[in-house]
Design a protein around this ligand. Sequence first.
Ligand code: GRG
Length: 285
Amino acid sequence: MEPRDYLRKKKVSLEQALSGYLAAEDSKVFAAMRYAVFSGGKRIRPLLLLTSGEYFGLREEILMPYACAIEFIHNYSLTHDDLPAMDNDDIRRGQPTCHKKFGEALALLAGDGLLTLAFEILSAAPWPVGGPRLKEEVCQDIARAAGAAGMVAGQWLDLSFAPRATDISAYLQLAQKKTAGLIRVSVTAGARLAGASLISIKALNSYGINFGLAWQLKDDLEDAGQDMPSTGCPRPNLARKLGAKKAKEQVNLWLSQAIEVLRKADINSRVLEHLARQLEFKDGK
Ligand code: GRG
């Protein structure tokens, strides 16, 4: 199957699974949670998880709860990131942000609900072939990537840095924690659950970090020039610091490193390669 068709098919089953987890309850908090999730996300993290897990031979039914949990964690982070105390955004995915639609209290609770639901799903998720210990390790890795030493720490670095004073290595630390960590754990979780070798996991780890940094820098490129929230404090933005041309070259470099590392480890996933190639700038555009 062509990578594009594979991803389309996976996205359909993913959307069904996500809505299954949010369908049962009829409360304002759940309405805000559904709004936060079903507003047109690209679902890159769960797609990476499903792709890497299936590449190494694990069935979709086993992988799906893990994929949904990571997507819920991601959507919680966006909902909280948009709040007035953080990025203070009115628009997300082309629509009013959750707090603009439901008010701050419900948006805060929707984020709390999504994060908690993610761990409820993980705790009930089936054991992979490698047994309970492997599941524990994967869940710990997800929790660490999302938690106070991972994405939460990255968010604080983002909020507290003086953007113009930020040097590139500090920015990279921020981007690894805020964005690349959850992407990295998405790629490796699927393969680990499938029992992939340590060499493969190391390669996927590196693919995930390179992919995640490229993802963040592409987002910076889109934001450059308009990244001025109403708090009056611009967020750290590497694209603005490097300039568009260099930033695009850097995105392409990270993506070629991501692809190269798969080749070296003999991971011949056309879908993982396609996902990285899709992000590349062709002819500097
Ligand atoms: C609130 C603890 C906490 C963390 C927030 C992820 C994050 C940390 C903030 C988002 C800020 C941001 C826009 C970062 C750029 C990269 C990024 C994560 C973009 C949004 O992710 P996509 O493109 O979004 O996967 P969709 O809408 O497709 O789900």
